[in-house]
Design a protein around this ligand. Structure first.
Ligand SMILES: [Zn+2]
Length: 317
């Protein structure tokens, strides 16, 4: 049984609802957070993303994080508590690779053509035209689009696309529905809307798998932009599309077989997620934390004028 299957058997609303009284508000649930001295219902639970976040103490994560935080146990013990595992090792049984849903690549091509002058959005994030064209970053007339290819971009199946939230459109909608809200309330509500939505396959996807196959040195990020930017900088970089928790064991066996050194670069404050992937990879992987500074992920670190090489001097395994 893989991690995704374990998680799919434990609905986060049900698990959190065991210890917190949750009230349904539209698409989400809210309740009093037991992780800090909460007076408002600051805890929000998102059933569609199987994700929780407390807007009081900032704690967030999936159902396994919830068990870890509320029971003060580690990852393996959290899985045991979820009642799935006689032994945590079961987690490391390989899943079988299957991608059943694919999209027509002509969509990516068309939306890439529509990008036109809007490619400055990607330039501002550090991308060269060569990367924008290779990945076929696009614009669908309303949202920026990141195509997710099974292998080499444009030469493999198109599995899914990520669409960037249109902040202006969403703010307009929120304003329309809540005419008495001030700007701060609107901005806070905007933050609750997922930044990206996925169209297409919901199978776990390793973004940029083509760039790490048969490589000895591999960099793992937790964001497509970070992985694409690192690849542009000459690193062999990939990223699980659904975040660290979706890491699949067969990825190690399929794509990372030749790896001698693996660098895992989680966003700032998400080091725990990096260690979770490291535990699944076994062997020698280094999980980095960024040096002090105003950046919270790899892209911001690079755009601030730093070099990826600086991360090599960071803490290791
Ligand atoms: Zn809290």
């Amino acid at each position: 049984m893989n991690l995704q299957e374990i998680k799919s058997q434990h609905d986060i609303v049900g698990v959190i609802g065991n210890s917190v009284q949750l009230k349904k508000r539209g698409r989400l649930y809210s309740g009093i957070c037991p992780l800090h001295k909460d007076t408002n219902p600051s805890l929000k639970v998102y059933p569609d993303r199987q994700f929780f976040k407390c807007y009081g103490c900032g704690k967030s994560g999936d159902v396994i994080d919830w068990i870890q935080l509320t029971r003060s146990v580690d990852f393996k013990d959290a899985l045991k508590l979820l009642g799935n595992l006689p032994q945590a090792e079961v987690l490391f049984e390989p899943a079988t690779k299957k991608h059943t849903v694919t999209m027509r690549p002509e969509i990516a091509e068309y939306w890439h053509i529509l990008l036109g002058k809007k490619r400055t959005y990607f330039h501002n994030r550090g991308f060269a035209n060569a990367t924008i064209d290779r990945e076929q970053f696009g614009w669908n007339g309303r949202q920026y689009v990141i195509p997710l290819w099974e292998g080499i971009p444009q030469e493999s199946n198109l599995l899914a696309m990520k669409l960037r939230r249109d902040d202006e459109l969403e703010l307009g909608r929120l304003k329309n529905d809540n005419s008495n809200w001030d700007n701060k309330q609107l901005q806070n509500a905007l933050k609750l809307i997922p930044k990206y939505i996925l169209k297409g396959s919901y199978e776990p996807i390793l973004y940029n798998s083509w760039a790490v196959e048969n490589r000895e040195e591999i960099w793992i990020f937790f964001g497509e932009f970070d992985a694409a930017l690192a690849t542009q900088l000459g690193l062999n970089a990939c990223s699980p599309v659904h975040g660290a928790a979706s890491w699949q064991l067969y990825w190690g066996e399929t794509y990372l077989r030749a790896a001698k050194q693996i660098f895992i670069v989680p966003d700032k404050g998400e080091e725990k997620q990096g260690h979770r992937v490291k535990a699944m990879l076994g062997g020698c992987a280094k999980v980095y934390s960024f040096p002090e500074g105003p950046w919270k992920d790899f892209s911001e670190f690079i755009l601030a004028g730093n070099y990826a090489e600086e991360l090599r001097n960071g803490n290791g395994c």
